[in-house]
Design a protein around this ligand. Structure first.
Ligand code: SIN
Length: 487
């Protein structure tokens, strides 16, 4: 079935699978709500195991023809998709804010970065090179070529429901793979809208499908399927561990972008104004629901008091409200339950001895709003410093010297992003060498973009997204040893 074209791109009641747009064969559906008001905004199909099998077959069929295109042909289709996303930027941003809650200004930026991944990987499609390795013996050639891994699956989160879709789809498509996208049940409309535009750009049916419904049921079929050769997941470490175990039976390739507990280290010699600006963005962007956002803020003891006062003044000035209203800088959390978690985290931190400088209190019962909150006097053993907060709570710790802060920063099972503010170049190099993290921002917090390899170490996962390393995740290597070549 052809998807009805709606100028606002909201596709209600249909998923994209089996080479077309349809409802679930068993007729089940689920509701999606607006996190700012709790109101229902639409309903989508809850696919059955049979529907998922249909989608896998369609993906396998589409793979044969998609992977046979020239890289330049795939790149052209992707560039057309990129153009359509930018032309529909405003409609897409509205959908994003409606179902996710973030301020419209942030949604617009997310649509831009979503499009940028597609353009970048369209260009990379033409640079999937091989190798000819000097042979260890006469009369032989050692030749290495790269090939798409096949049918792939992406499970994408609700915090960046547009850019996490294209950050996975773009390298997969560029490499010649097809992909089944399972968006979060909380934010599926933006994924459907993006895929509707991919179709309008000429990307053939079956190359991208969107599976809506229960992650657990869908993943049971995907993980057991020998046809699906790769899974890319962004989400919590706990779910990532389950998925790794589930996919062991079919030995899939995997990329895992999991939880974080990012340290931000502010040395006494830092540009304090730059550190304050950076920290505001890092802590309160997307209401703190970002796996690379500041979780533990280490401020040198000699500047801790002044820094906290200036930071609190800025946090108190943030304008909170529904993301669609003009001037709003911080929206609701994704659910009332997430806001209730914030209230629990603050209560526990106060019980363990932290000081509340601003914010805190009970959460709203029927929406996801929670105030920007700053805690001082946090110590490394408190729960707020050990667990991923995923909300607008800033935990301030202080430190006395470089060795101590490096030890504290690394004292976590996570290793995604970390940040340093200092004017001392030698210190910046030394500390960034010692930090056990996949990414280090030095006097900069905007580290995520299409040209850079995003990803973590330790229990933050493995694999990289974005950059030339991102496409390697969707390519298998074939080595040919050709003998009998002596004259
Ligand atoms: C994430 O939180 O998973 C992604 C954040 C980003 O790309 O900025």
């Amino acid at each position: 079935m052809q998807c009805p074209v709606d100028t606002n791109l909201m596709i209600n009641g249909l998923a994209c699978f089996g080479g077309g747009w349809q409802a679930a064969t068993e007729g089940q559906s689920f509701a999606v709500t607006n996190p700012a008001s709790g109101e229902k905004i639409g309903e989508l199909p809850k696919l059955s195991a049979g529907d998922v099998r249909t989608a896998i077959r369609a993906s396998e069929q589409a793979f044969a023809s998609w992977s046979a295109l020239l890289a330049a042909e795939r790149a052209q289709l992707m560039k057309a998709w990129h153009r359509l996303i930018l032309e529909n930027r405003e409609a897409l941003a509205q959908i994003l804010t409606l179902e996710q809650g973030k301020p419209l200004a942030e949604s617009r930026v997310e649509i831009d970065i979503s499009a940028a991944y597609i353009e970048w990987f369209a260009e990379e499609a033409r640079r999937v090179y091989g190798d000819v390795i000097p042979s260890p013996a006469r009369g032989r050639q050692t030749i290495v070529t790269q090939h798409p891994v096949g049918v792939t699956c992406a499970i994408t989160p609700w915090n960046f429901p547009a850019s996490m879709v294209t950050r996975k789809l773009a390298p997969a498509l560029a490499a010649g793979c097809t992909m089944l996208v399972k968006p979060s049940d909380r934010t599926p409309f933006i994924a459907l809208a993006l895929v509707r535009l991919a179709e309008a750009a000429g990307i053939p049916p079956g190359v991208i499908q969107v599976l809506t419904g229960s992650s657990r049921e869908i993943m049971r079929v995907i993980s057991d399927s020998p046809v699906v050769r790769k899974l890319s997941f962004t989400g919590s470490t706990a779910v990532g561990k389950d998925l790794i175990a589930q996919c062991a039976s079919t030995v899939k390739r995997m990329s895992m972008e999991l939880g974080g507990n990012a340290p931000v280290i502010i040395f006494a010699d830092a540009d304090i104004e730059a550190a304050l600006n950076g920290l505001m963005a890092l802590k309160f962007r997307n209401a703190g629901q970002t796996c690379v956002c500041a979780n533990r803020i280490f401020v040198h003891e000699s500047i801790a008091g002044d820094f906290a006062r200036a930071f609190v003044a800025r946090a108190e000035a943030l304008k909170s409200g529904p993301g669609g209203l003009p001037g709003v800088e911080i929206g609701p959390l994704i659910t009332p339950a997430a806001a209730a978690d914030m209230a629990r985290i603050v209560a526990r931190a106060l019980e363990q001895g932290a000081d509340l400088l601003t914010g805190g209190g009970e959460a709203s019962q029927d929406s996801g709003f929670y105030p920007p909150t700053v805690l001082a006097g946090v110590t490394p053993e408190m729960d707020v410093a050990r667990d991923e907060i995923f909300g607008p709570i800033a935990a301030l710790l202080s430190f006395t010297d470089e060795d101590e802060v490096i030890r504290l920063a690394n004292d976590t099972p996570y290793g995604l992003a970390s940040y340093i503010y200092t004017r001392d170049l030698a210190r910046a190099w030394r500390v960034s060498e010692a930090l056990q993290y996949g990414m280090v921002g030095i006097n900069e917090v905007a580290i995520s973009n299409e040209v850079a390899p995003f990803g973590g170490v330790k229990e933050s996962g493995f694999g990289r997204e974005g950059s030339r390393y991102g496409i390697a995740e969707y390519l298998d290597i074939k080595y040919r040893c050709m003998g009998g070549l002596s004259a």
